[in-house]
Design a binder for this molecule. Structure first.
Ligand code: SF4
Ligand code: SF4
Length: 429
């Protein structure tokens, strides 16, 4: 249970959930859905001429090119017939192609997958590996201009109450070992560090990687905190870890590579922590593409008018408006909050209590920042109050006395700034 600290008594200490006492037997398998939906991140203009159509039969593990004019591909996680293809826009303007599939009860595996990944190059393998559980974009490991020196395999979960990545470390150490060996091969043999909480250090050592432990206290598992606390490097504002030669990947993504290498098949299921009302959590294994509605129904979690459905954990998760949203390759958690548990935001003015500044791990003057963001002064917010140093932990919103949705303002500010930069680049050619 997360409890709000007494305000004025300093920084809140929020501990991550652990997997002590959780065994593989406690992972519940969710049945194959009758209908699956695959989301593929792709700019909308490139999906005007998709390479497939409604009625096409596709196989499990089949790699499909989105359009003849784009490099984007995706791997089907089910066998069946395509029933609909549409464009969608998601969080912060991300554009997707949505492919609905009537699922056959029996999988027919596509056998072109195996030889395709036996390539020693990240770029070529990435076409097939993007979209595997835990891997949304393997190409992002390496920066286009900075050589990859270190890979950090994150065996910690990003948010509170979530245990997905820790469960992988606890139960799939052998798979992690094989995955790490393959990853090194396709990325030019960088150093690999596996980051885990102290209680998983023994299991983690079986992976053969250099193991580093971190105090399981939020937000220590975020990449920028791992950079600072484990690698002694500070990520400059507006830059990401890959620009310093450090690539991050989740433990689940690395373990998933084992199935690719030894079985020649892409893994098609995802481990997900489901956080029910009253913070009851359970771990499930579910086919990627399964609508969340089917997951909640299998777990007998009812949704009532006014309840909130969230993808992710309590600090950084995002509310969604429909249960038809599918489980994606990076869906580590699904959370249901009962309408009586919701911490509602308000539009009260800032009372200058200073709690947000005390809680912020990067010492941003959040009280000043939020004033500019509330008035849509995004460039000034970046210039004067360090908007781009924010590591997106959400602690400022959590502690805000006036219940200002500070984190939402920050994410909106970053998004608006990225649009401005894009527009400027387009103007400058
Ligand atoms: S989300 Fe808030 S507390 Fe966290 S780093 Fe950003 S400004 Fe600081
Ligand atoms: S933004 Fe919220 S937490 Fe920060 S000083 Fe204002 S009222 Fe306090």
């Amino acid at each position: 249970m997360i409890k709000k600290p007494f305000l004025g008594f300093g920084k809140p200490r929020l501990d991550y959930a652990g997997v002590e006492g959780l065994g593989q037997g406690e992972v519940k398998d969710i049945p194959l859905p009758g209908r699956a939906v695959l989301f593929v991140e792709a700019p909308h203009p490139t999906v005007n001429d998709v390479s497939f159509q409604v009625g096409d039969e596709i196989k499990t593990g089949q790699n499909l090119k989105v359009s003849p004019f784009s490099k984007t591909t995706f791997t089907s996680t089910v066998t069946g017939a395509i029933t609909d293809i549409s464009k969608k826009t998601g969080y912060l303007g991300k554009t997707f192609l949505s492919v609905g599939i009537d699922v056959s009860e029996t999988d027919q595996w596509d056998d072109a997958f195996s030889p395709a990944v036996q390539t020693p190059e990240l770029e070529k393998a990435g076409l097939y590996l993007n979209g595997l559980p835990g891997i949304s974009n393997i190409d992002a490991l390496a920066h286009p201009e900075t050589p990859l020196k270190t890979i950090v395999v994150n065996g910690m979960d990003k948010d509170l109450l979530v245990t997905t990545q820790q469960m992988v470390v606890k139960s799939q150490a052998d798979d992690l070992k094989e995955g790490i060996d393959y990853l090194k091969k396709i990325t030019g043999n960088p150093k690999v560090i596996l980051v885990v909480p102290p209680d998983l250090s023994e299991e983690a050592a079986k992976s053969g990687a250099q193991v580093e432990t971190i105090t399981p206290s939020y937000p220590n598992s975020l990449p920028e905190m791992i950079m600072k606390n484990v690698l002694n490097q500070v990520v400059p504002a507006g830059m990401d870890c890959s620009s310093l030669g450090v690539g991050f990947i989740n433990a689940e993504g690395v373990a998933a590579l084992k199935s690719v290498i030894t079985d020649g098949k892409p893994p098609v299921t995802k481990l997900v922590t489901v956080i029910g009302k009253n913070e009851n959590t359970q771990m499930i294994r579910v086919r990627i593409g399964t609508p969340i509605k089917a997951v909640l129904s299998a777990l007998e979690i009812p949704l009532e008018q006014g309840d909130r459905l969230v993808i992710g954990g309590p600090m950084t998760g995002r509310s969604i408006y429909t249960e038809d949203m599918p489980v994606l390759q990076d869906t580590d958690a699904i959370m249901v909050q009962g309408k009586d548990q919701l911490a509602l935001n308000a539009d009260d003015p800032c009372v200058n209590c200073g709690e947000c500044i005390r809680a912020c791990p990067v010492r941003i003057p959040v009280n000043m920042l939020v004033r500019l963001l509330e008035n849509s002064q995004y460039e000034e917010a970046a210039k004067e109050y360090d908007l781009l140093s924010c590591i997106e932990c959400g602690l400022c919103s959590y502690v805000c006395e006036a219940k200002i949705p500070v984190f939402h303002y920050i994410m909106l500010g970053k998004y608006e700034l990225s649009l401005m930069e894009e527009a400027e680049e387009n103007v400058n050619g």
